[in-house]
Every structure is written in C-alpha cells, then in structure tokens.
Design a protein around this ligand. Structure first.
Ligand code: 0GY
Length: 296
C-alpha cells in the first residue's frame, strides 16, 4: 500500500494540554471525539479529503483520564470513510466506556449493524459538509435512518448554517433523535440575531427530536482563544434547550488551520457556556447518558 503521509499543513493535537481548573461532574462524557488510524493497522480511506496524523485510542483514553472524563463517544471521522474498524476497535477496547457513531452505506446489513451494536455503536453520522465528503443523496440517508431504528440508534448530522434552509425538509423526515454537530456551524461574524441562527433556534424549538452539540469554539471563532466571540451562541442554545445539548472536545481536532486548542482550556470553557451546576450536569452527564447509555 502507498504510505499515507500526513498533509504538510496538518496541525497535530496539543502534546501537553493543561489539567483543567474546572472540575467536571462525576461521570462526565466527552460526546464528540475521534480516532485516526493508527496506520498501517487502520489505513485511511482512499476517498478521504485529508490525511491526518495518527491519533490512537490509547492517546484518546489518556486524554479522557487527564481531563477528568469517564466516557467517550467516538464519532467516525471522514478520513476513514465507511470503514469503521478504528472506531469500533476503540469502542471494544474501552470496556463499555466508549460508544461509537458510524458512517455506513445503504447496503449495510442487519448483521453488520448488530455486530457494531455489540461493540458499542449507537448511531450513524450524515455529513453534508462539502469539503469533507462527496455528496450522498438524502434518500440514501433516509433509508439508512430507517434501518437503524430496530437498534434504537440516533443520528448525528453535520452541515453548515447556510445549508440549513435546504436541509429542513430532510431533517423533519428523519426518524428518531437527531444530534446536530457544532450548533449547525453558524457564521460568528453575523451575530446571534442573524436569520441563519434564528432559523437554527426555531428548528430546535419546533422539533423536540433535535439535539445539538455545543462544541468547537476553536472552529467557529474569529477572534481566537479564549473564544469570547462564540459564547453568546452557545449560551443561547444551552439556556433554551438544556435537556438536548451535548459537549465534546473534538479531539484530535481535524482540519484546524489557525491554531491547535489546548484541550484543558476547552474544558475550562464549559462553565462559561453552561452557567449553572444543573446545566453542567445535564450537558455532561444526564443528556449523553440518556442518549448513549440509557440502560445505566
Ligand atoms: C469535526 C469536524 C471536522 C471533521 C470531521 O469527520 C471529519 O472529518 O468531523 C471538520 O473538518 O470540520 O467534527 O471533527
């Protein structure tokens, strides 16, 4: 196989993140993170749009312990396409402390879904971000969404704010719980009163199956750390929908161009977006446990 060299401008995850000052509640879940490879054991997909550094499950679990999380939700990254082996391997190795979100095609069989369920997979991701994936017809995603209902899985949907209007009919048709990545990627320079963000809030108001990850200030910010410019967006969502929000590190932070965040500083950002102990408990424990570990 051709060696899979990391992209020349790839930013590698922080080597030595600080120990957070904010003490996470007991049983906190990092509900959005990834593993990359490591290659050659888990090669990247030929159709990938980027080639990252390796980011192994061991490193992920080390970070989990360092930051004070108990559990992870490992989301299939697009660099692995529909080959879920690295993510599934991380779930299996976690001893029940990691759940997975897979990326699958419409030919996925019941047996394959069942095997992934046994490993800890509890959802599929539908990606509409053009720089990350070639487009998949919405009808295919709807077919997959029907198939996973037997397993009680939910969906994760990734899109950018400008695409929401076109995607609304699709989102209304999707069965089950839908988790939107990174508050639908608003354009921060427009502010929270722009129609795009109002549309996102209305979406959540009008559809109680829609949840949101209040994640990735490092991606959405224009000003950079400490990400003050993104705060009003997260606060608007957490204050309105505290029963339907999730938080995650997004480690190892694919495709960052401006800077690489310190994961400890990201944890210290949490009490600025979830400003009461009750909100923090729901965001970090109650909500992710209800969605991904309902049996506990
Ligand atoms: C994220 C964001 C990104 C990448 C991926 O699967 C992926 O490749 O999710 C991105 O580049 O915005 O959620 O990690």
């Amino acid at each position: 196989m051709t060696p899979q060299h990391m992209d020349p401008d790839w930013l590698v995850f922080h080597a030595d993140p600080k120990a957070p000052d904010f003490q996470l509640p007991k049983g906190a879940v990092d509900a959005h993170c990834h593993v990359f490879g490591p290659t050659p054991e888990f090669p990247f997909a030929t159709e990938r749009k980027y080639t990252p550094c390796n980011a192994s499950k061991e490193k992920l679990f080390e970070l989990r312990d360092h930051l004070g999380f108990t559990r992870n939700v490992v989301v299939q990254a697009t660099c692995h396409g529909k080959d879920n082996q690295a993510m599934v391997d991380a779930c299996r190795a976690s001893g029940g402390m990691a759940r997975g979100i897979a990326s699958v095609g419409k030919d996925i069989t019941k047996e394959e879904l069942s095997d992934m369920h046994d490993a800890g997979v509890r959802g599929v991701r539908f990606n509409f971000v053009k720089r990350l994936v070639d487009a998949t017809p919405q009808s295919v995603f709807l077919e997959i969404a029907e198939k996973i209902q037997d397993f009680g899985w939910s969906t994760v949907v990734y899109f950018e704010a400008k695409d929401l209007e076109d995607l609304e009919p699709f989102l209304q048709e999707l069965p089950g719980i839908i988790v939107i990545d990174h508050i639908g990627r608003p354009d921060i320079k427009n502010g929270i009163y722009h129609n795009d963000f109002k549309r996102f809030i209305s979406l959540m108001e009008n559809n109680s199956s829609i949840w949101s990850k209040v994640t990735c200030p490092e991606r959405l910010t224009i000003a950079g750390p400490p990400y003050d410019d993104v705060l009003p967006f997260y606060q608007a969502i957490v204050d309105r929908f505290e029963e339907r929000v999730l938080w995650g590190t997004d480690w190892p932070h694919p495709n960052m161009k401006s800077h690489m965040p310190d994961d400890g500083e990201l944890v210290d950002y949490i009490p600025r977006i979830a400003r009461t102990v009750q909100q923090q408990e729901k965001l970090l424990v109650t909500n992710p446990m209800r969605l991904y570990w309902p049996e506990l």
